[in-house]
Design a protein around this ligand. Structure first.
Ligand code: UD1
Length: 354
């Protein structure tokens, strides 16, 4: 079975390709490296011990995409490619709408032309309204997004739902990710933000490796057991396995189907920091800061639907995710650029000899 992966060099894309190759799926991937590095593709090939077709390409380029679909007989698409920085989306909304919506529409058009009917879309728990009760289920209310990035996910979901309704035999999986963290256990591939990280785990990892001085804990007065925000942190390898489960599901179902990919367990900011310190022996300096605008107190999912429908559930713990993140960050202090920057001094904030 041939799977076409867009955004294959990204954080979740690279881990998913590795899982697919391990299971002997045939993979064709593209990426335009706007927010990723060719080195990620090289390392996935090394880890898998096999090759796969890769093209440097923008998914919005309908001509090149058509050529690719003519050359390869695709069975299923996984669409990861997209701009994803929440803050940047507020200052550059048109770039976000243009890129994220256009790529999805060009992809659907090309799929239609080549009679490819199965697609998995990389969505986010951010599409849920902040008014819902916890845990979130796939039937919880959506909308009221707080930033253009969130709206692009919301709108792409709608485009895919409408396309599935209008075209006989189409099968769509909208995967709403909770908070992906961790790295492959080898420490060879992982999350590599190009600027100062927005998300907490890469931020902690960069404090640990000495690239950032301390973590700002955004609010300690939420209505949670320790006052800090609670999220559902899912190991990226579990998340990658969730995509494989979705491919199998699409083979026997049609229409648009929604799946929340998370662990079902909430972890607070302070619990995450403690888990990282325990897993690595590295102390994380932190300061309590004001709440971040747009943040909510608690967000986690029910896992009932994914267990039943996908026969999938997470296997790895937050502790393991912290250990794997550290392996990646310690071995690659500047991410995939580390080889070219190995002369630079990296000071690890170690409290032990680890
Ligand atoms: C964020 C995005 C969401 C996106 C998701 C991708 C916002 C409002 N939401 O979710 O749209 O889909 O990332 O993974 O940006 N925190 C700190 N200090 C930091 C960073 C974060 O205390 O330096 C806290 C936050 O307040 C929150 C938790 O850590 O309680 C998780 O934050 P983050 O990793 O940014 O994820 P989300 O906000 O849940």
């Amino acid at each position: 079975m041939k799977v076409f992966v867009t955004g294959g060099a990204g954080y979740i894309g690279s881990h998913t390709i590795l899982e697919l190759l391990k299971l002997e799926y045939d993979v064709v991937a593209v990426d335009n490296f706007v927010n990723s590095k060719p080195e990620a593709i090289k390392r996935v090939k090394e880890l898998a011990g096999c090759d796969f077709s890769f093209y440097e390409m923008n998914v919005c380029d309908d001509w090149q995409l058509d050529e690719l679909f003519t050359k390869h007989k695709i069975d299923c698409v996984i669409h990861f490619a997209g701009l994803k920085a929440v803050g940047e989306s507020v200052t550059k909304p048109l770039e976000y709408y243009e890129n994220n919506l256009n790529s999805t529409m060009v992809l659907c058009e090309t799929m239609k032309k080549h009679n490819v009917k199965n697609i998995i879309f990389s969505s986010s728990a951010t599409v849920y309204s902040t008014e819902n009760e916890m845990p979130l289920t796939e039937r919880s209310r959506i909308g009221g997004c707080t930033n253009p990035y969130g709206w692009t996910k919301f709108m792409c979901e709608q485009i895919l739902r409408d396309t599935a309704n209008a075209n006989e035999g189409w099968s769509v999986a909208l995967l709403r990710y909770f908070n992906p963290i961790g790295a492959h256990e080898s420490g060879k591939i992982g999350e590599d933000p190009q600027n100062i990280p927005n998300n907490i785990m890469p931020y902690i990892a960069q404090v640990a490796v000495g690239r950032l001085p301390y973590l700002s804990v955004f609010g300690d007065d939420y209505d949670t057991p320790d006052g800090t925000g609670v999220r559902d942190y899912i190991h990226v390898v579990d998340l990658a396995r969730g995509h494989v489960a979705a491919i199998e599901y699409l083979n026997s179902h049609t229409g648009a189907n929604i799946f929340n990919l998370g662990t079902g367990k909430g972890t607070s900011v302070l619990e995450l920091v403690s888990a990282f310190e325990d897993a690595t022996g590295v102390e994380i300096s932190r300061k309590i800061a004001p709440r971040r605008p747009g943040d909510i107190a608690v967000c986690y999912t029910s896992t009932e639907n994914t267990k039943k429908e996908l026969d999938w559930e997470t296997e790895k713990t937050v502790f393991q995710a912290c250990a794997d993140t550290w392996k990646w960050q310690k071995n690659n202090p500047h991410g995939y650029d580390s080889i070219s920057r190995s002369h630079e001094d990296i000071r690890i904030n170690s409290k032990s000899s680890s």
